[in-house]
Design a protein around this ligand. Structure first.
Ligand SMILES: NC(=O)c1ccc[n+]([C@@H]2O[C@H](COP(=O)([O-])OP(=O)(O)OC[C@H]3O[C@@H](n4cnc5c(N)ncnc54)[C@H](OP(=O)(O)O)[C@@H]3O)[C@@H](O)[C@H]2O)c1
Length: 250
């Protein structure tokens, strides 16, 4: 093989070029309409759910990044099954980011927005009762008036669809309500729906240094998209063997 034909690759690790401040690296672009970022973790072999939870796949590094990303967002959009499985608590802001939020004109913490057709979530859980900022429930007409009334005691209710939430309408409404910096933590069904609606601007994918085998869900769970979504690799970062890949839409 001649030198001209040799395949040349960029080595990113080991010998990292520099350490970066995560808060600066993950700053949202200047608000110009909504910007939806998704944050997910996967094993090296593509597993995103193990025994019905994500816990075994995570570690301190990606957990710290998860909290940081929440601290940068206006709203945290999460599927009801994830809230049920993970027992979500109140969304908190890292203390060192409170000033930055204030300077950006953001509320002290991101608002949790749970997506559920029938508001099938525990409205008595700490995610609602101890919330720093009033949560939202994004639902459909299937929820019914009584359940909507119950939910309104602890959350704002956004009805955006008859039998399934129209995520385009829902995110437009969140934008109109002053929440352009959106973050979703999935789960896989919600993420597939967000991609199907072409709403994802950025995917933050943490690769956990584990191999699981088995048949755990990938980070998306839904039909193959009629139009594949090409991605541009924006950054590759690493901490404690976790790889943090960041892809943006082309
Ligand atoms: N690896 C990771 O990074 C990661 C991240 C998050 C979660 N997880 C794991 O993923 C699992 C849960 O994920 P999942 O895919 O089963 O569920 P999910 O995406 O968290 O939630 C699905 C539920 O959200 C609601 N929903 C989603 N899209 C909707 C739409 N367009 N309209 C109306 N409702 C909609 C529905 O709730 P209703 O059924 O109430 O109508 C649906 O059943 C958990 O085990 C969790 O631990 C992993």
């Amino acid at each position: 093989m001649t030198a001209a034909a040799a395949l040349r690759l960029n080595r990113l690790h080991p010998s990292p070029c520099e350490e970066v401040e995560a808060a600066a690296a993950y700053a949202y672009p200047e608000p110009d309409g909504r910007y939806l970022r998704v944050n997910m973790v996967s094993s090296v072999d593509g597993c995103a759910v193990l025994d019905g939870r994500v816990g075994a796949l995570t570690g301190p590094a990606d957990q710290r990044l998860l909290v940081l990303l929440r601290s940068l967002a206006d709203v945290l959009l999460v599927g009801a099954a994830t809230v049920r499985a993970e027992g979500y608590g109140p969304v908190r802001t890292r203390p060192e980011l409170r000033e930055l939020r204030a300077a950006n004109g953001q509320l002290p913490a991101a608002r949790l927005a749970v997506v559920s057709r029938t508001i099938d979530v525990d409205l008595g859980s700490r995610a609602f009762t101890d919330a720093v900022e009033r949560p939202l429930v994004v639902t459909t007409e299937l929820a019914g008036r009584d359940r909507v009334r119950e939910a309104r005691r602890v959350a704002d209710v956004l009805v955006a669809g008859e039998r399934t939430v129209d995520l385009g309408v829902a995110t437009d409404r969140l934008l109109e309500a002053g929440m352009p910096r959106m973050l979703s933590e999935g789960g896989p069904h919600l993420l597939a729906d967000l991609y199907a609606s072409d709403l994802v601007d950025e995917l933050c994918l943490a690769i956990s240094p584990l191999v699981t085998c088995g048949e755990g869900s990938r980070i998306t769970a839904g039909p193959v998209l009629p139009t594949l979504r090409p991605q541009r690799l924006q950054t590759v970062l690493e901490r404690d063997e976790f790889l943090f890949l960041r892809y943006v839409r082309c």
